[in-house]
Design a protein around this ligand. Structure first.
Ligand code: UFG
Length: 329
C-alpha cells in the first residue's frame, strides 16, 4: 500500500511508522510540521527502513494538494493534532481549527483523490465522564473539553464522508492512556512539556523534575486516586496495522484501544518507585479539572474482529520502557 502518515514524527505517529517499516510491506510518506514531533525520531527511524518525508503544515492546503496530486495514496493514517486537554479549554479555537477544520480538509482531499482508507486517531476523551468507568464503542459520547469535542466532530465528518462515498472507508481508533517507549529504546516520547502521568513519573525519577503531584485522592475508587487503562505504545501501534488490514475486507468501524483493565495513580507511582529504586517526592494536590474517576476500555471489539494481539499488557513493562527512554534522552 501507498500510505500517507500525518504527524509521523510525533510520539504515536513515529511508533506506528516504526511498526510499518518493520513489516516492510508498504511505501510510506510522512508529513509533519515539527510542532510537537521530533526530527530525531525520524532520523532514528531511517535505520529501520525507507520512507519519504515532507515538511508540511496541515493548514497549508495548497501544499497538501500538491502532495496528493504527486502521490497515489491508498491509505492515510492521521495523527497530526494538538493533544493538551487543559490548553484546549483556554484556547478552544486552536483545537477546532487544527483538529477539526484541518482534518475536514484532509478528509476532503482524501475523497477527492480517491484514497480508500483513512485511519483516525481519536480518543477516550470523546466519552467525557462516563457513568460506568468501562466504556464500549457505543457508550454515550459527551466530551467535557474542546479537545474531546474537536476529535468527536472529526469522527462525525468521517462517518458522513464515508456514507456519501462508497469507496471511502475509515477506521477510528479511540486511544486510552498511551505510555512507554519502543522496546529497543530507539524512539519514545520526546515532548518535554508532556503532562501524562507515566512520563511525569519518569521525569521525576531521572531528576528532571524535583517532585510530582497526585491530582486528587478523594475519588470514589479503591485508593481514592483516578484509575486509567494504560496501554503500551507498541501495542497501540500494532492496533493501527490490524485495523488497516481489517479494512481490506470489512467496512468502516470504530475501535477502543486499551487493555480493558486499569491502575490507579497511586499504583502507577508505587510501581515506578519499585522499578527504579528511587523514592521520589510526591505531593498531594487538588483534583485536576475534567478528570473522570475511572476510564477503562472495553476493547473486546478490537480483539475479536481484528488480528490485534497485545504483547505488553504489563504495567511494569510499560513503566520500565518509559524509564529506559527517559534515561536515554
Ligand atoms: N496525574 C497525576 N499527576 C500527574 C499527571 C497525571 O495525578 O502529574 C493523574 C491525572 O489526574 C489522571 C491520571 O493521572 O487521573 C492520568 O492522567 P494523564 O494526564 O496521564 O492522562 P489523562 O487520563 O488525563 O489523559 C489521557 C490522554 C488524553 C485523553 C484522555 C482521555 O492523555 O489525551 O486520556 O481520558 F484525552
Amino acid at each position: 500500500m501507498n500510505i500517507l502518515i500525518t504527524g509521523g514524527a510525533g510520539y504515536i505517529g513515529s511508533h506506528v511508522l516504526k511498526a510499518l517499516l518493520e513489516r516492510a510491506a508498504d511505501k510510506i510518506t510522512v508529513i509533519d510540521n515539527f510542532y510537537s514531533g521530533s526530527q530525531d525520531a525520524l532520523v532514528a527511524l531511517e535505520s529501520v527502513g525507507k520512507f519519504d518525508f515532507i515538511k508540511c503544515d496541515l493548514a497549508d492546503t495548497a501544499h497538501l494538494k500538491e502532495i496528493f496530486a504527486s502521490h497515489k495514496f491508498d491509505a492515510i493514517i492521521h495523527f497530526a493534532a494538538y493533544i493538551e486537554v487543559f490548553e484546549s479549554m483556554q484556547n478552544p479555537l486552536k483545537y477546532y481549527l487544527n483538529n477539526t477544520a484541518n482534518t475536514a480538509n484532509l478528509i476532503n482531499l482524501a475523497v477527492e483523490f480517491g484514497v480508500e482508507k483513512f485511519i483516525f486517531s481519536s480518543t477516550a476523551a470523546t466519552y467525557g465522564e462516563p457513568k460506568d468507568g468501562v466504556v464500549c464503542e457505543n457508550s454515550p459520547q459527551n466530551p467535557i473539553n474542546p479537545y474531546g469535542t474537536s476529535k468527536l466532530m472529526s469522527e462525525q465528518i468521517l462517518k458522513d464522508a464515508a456514507a456519501a462515498n462508497s469507496k471511502f472507508k475509515y477506521g477510528i481508533l479511540r486511544y486510552f492512556n498511551v505510555a512507554g517507549a519502543s522496546s529497543d529504546s530507539l524512539i519514545g516520547q520526546n515532548y518535554p512539556n508532556a503532562t501524562h502521568l507515566i512520563k511525569v513519573a519518569t521525569q521525576t525519577i531521572t531528576g528532571k523534575r524535583a517532585n510530582m503531584s497526585i491530582f486528587g485522592r478523594d475519588y470514589d475508587t479503591k485508593d481514592g486516586t483516578c484509575i486509567r487503562d494504560y496501554i503500551h505504545i507498541e501495542d497501540l501501534a500494532s492496533a493501527h496495522l490490524a485495523v488497516l488490514d481489517y479494512l481490506n475486507s470489512n467496512d468502516s468501524d470504530i475501535f477502543n484501544v486499551g487493555y480493558g483493565h486499569g491502575f490507579s495513580v497511586l499504583e502507577v507511582i508505587n510501581t515506578a518507585k519499585k522499578i527504579s529504586g528511587v523514592d521520589f517526592e510526591v505531593i498531594d494536590a487538588p483534583r485536576r479539572l475534567g478528570d473522570p474517576a475511572v476510564l477503562i476500555a472495553d476493547s473486546s471489539k478490537l480483539r475479536n474482529l481484528t488480528s490485534w494481539k497485545p504483547k505488553k499488557d504489563n504495567l511494569k513493562t510499560i513503566i520500565a520502557s518509559a524509564l529506559a527512554w527517559e534515561k536515554k534522552i
